[in-house]
Design a protein around this ligand. Structure first.
Ligand SMILES: Nc1nc2c(ncn2[C@@H]2O[C@H](COP(=O)(O)OP(=O)(O)OP(=O)(O)O)[C@@H](O)[C@H]2O)c(=O)[nH]1
Ligand SMILES: [Mg+2]
Length: 400
């Protein structure tokens, strides 16, 4: 587990554009409260820094402001922690206005308690409020500025969230089902979504290549329309400053009809990562949504590995986005979950309701229509899922 987390830290560093020369591992139950590293490790780290000309140290745990200051003093080079590293990556990868505001808010929240005569922080992560060598008064001003900016950011984000909610409602009242691709970071979600929706997405061997949820159109083999959304990757121990923004980016996931949970079949930590994903889904209120589990990157696996995985995850669809292998397996599974197990139903509708019903004609199978005075009696086959959407859409229209 320890080496796994260290490996992930290296991946994060690489994603942020750093070249990792050396790991320093300390076997203590708790980090040293004053200097983070114990004395012996500080000496060891200093030798490494000199030998390799290291210019930055990154710590696996979040540092208290005084730990960061002390360690920097001892090592003689800048020190950042895992949270700052993730914030840096998020800042670089955010593309939408909302995403950018969320990251700025998270950075400020991280920096605020650290504004203790330690001016480097604010100027560093692009918050736009540079400060250097502050005296008490300057510090006070900086703090106030940061707090003002935080409340302004919160308001702006709230406004944008309202707008998003409106477009979500519009989408929900349409008959087209929404399928969200979720999973640990770098498992291949964007690769799969672009295979399915034939739209290009950012695909990179980097953590958090995707930060903003976007919805795209797709079609099932039987012709039914579908909306697919590509989402931000999950990670263990997400810094709590980022949790809020992470959750709001994932807000739409809980309105999905189906979740496609993607795992990297070649990753030896697949089970641990699956539990992180499972826990996160429950935390964001999406724990009850039906899932399809997809094992991606099987091109990197031996047959033994695949057999082993079949035992761990018996009902998974095995695919390779890279080789376009078995993408139809995912589509078939979506079709079965959305449209399978149809039952026969009858409705008596007014003409207005009937035209609303007709918006669902791609998702139901009409058996007969007959007219009874003002009403249209319609007999059809549909899945429970579609029927629920259909009825609530008709009721909602009726209330307008
Ligand atoms: N070998 C192999 N590599 C793959 C496959 N699918 C995706 N990849 C690679 O895995 C890396 C991550 O792919 P993405 O599609 O960006 O993954 P993601 O889950 O969207 O990642 P984030 O948005 O960063 O969370 C890229 O380098 C892809 O080329 C696959 O089936 N086989
Ligand atoms: Mg992605």
């Amino acid at each position: 587990m320890k080496t796994e987390i260290l490996g992930e830290l290296q991946e994060l560093a690489r994603t942020a554009g750093y070249y990792v020369t050396e790991n320093v591992v300390q076997n203590l139950d708790y980090p040293d409260p004053r200097h983070y590293l114990g004395k012996g490790k500080v000496d060891f780290a200093k030798r490494m820094i000199e030998a390799f000309g290291v210019s930055l140290a990154i710590t696996r745990h979040e540092l208290s402001p005084s730990q960061a200051m002390n360690l920097e003093r001892l090592l003689g080079i800048p020190v950042i922690d895992r949270t700052q590293l993730i914030l840096e990556i998020f800042a670089e990868h955010a593309t939408t206005k909302e995403g950018k505001l969320e990251v700025e808010l998270a950075s400020l929240k991280y920096q605020l308690p650290r504004l203790k005569g330690f001016g480097r922080m604010l100027s560093q992560t692009g918050a736009g409020i540079g400060t250097r060598g502050p005296g008490e008064k300057k510090l006070e001003i900086d703090r106030r500025q940061a707090q003002d900016r935080i409340s302004r950011l919160r308001k702006e984000i709230e406004e944008l969230a309202k707008r998003r909610e409106i477009s979500r409602k519009k989408r929900q009242s349409s008959s087209v089902p929404l399928v969200s691709f979720v999973g640990y970071t770098n498992v291949g979600k964007s690769s799969l979504v672009s295979e399915i929706s034939s739209e290009d997405l950012v695909i990179e061997d980097k953590l958090f290549a995707t930060l903003d949820t976007r919805v795209r159109k797709a079609k099932l083999p039987a012709g039914m329309q579908l909306l697919v959304s590509d989402t931000v990757g999950f990670i263990r121990e997400l810094p709590h400053e980022l949790m809020e923004s992470f959750k709001s980016t994932l807000d739409e996931v809980k309105y999905s009809d189906i979740l496609v949970v993607v795992s990297d079949a070649s990753d030896m930590a697949i089970k641990d990562k699956y539990s992180v994903v499972d826990r996160t889904l429950r935390e964001i209120g999406a724990g009850e949504i039906r899932r399809i589990h997809v094992l991606n990157k099987i091109d990197l696996c031996t047959n033994e590995r695949l057999a082993e995985l079949e035992g761990f995850f018996p009902d998974s669809v095995m695919v390779s986005a890279l080789r376009s292998y078995n993408i139809e397996g995912i589509l078939n599974e979506i079709t079965r979950k959305l449209f399978g197990e149809k039952s026969r139903r009858t409705l008596r509708l007014t003409p207005a309701e009937f035209s609303n019903f007709m918006r669902f004609r791609n998702s139901v199978e009409v058996l007969s229509e007959s007219f009874d005075r003002e009403l249209i009696e319609i007999e059809y086959l549909s899945s429970d899922e579609i029927n629920e959407r259909l009825i609530s859409s008709i009721c909602e229209e009726g209330r307008k």
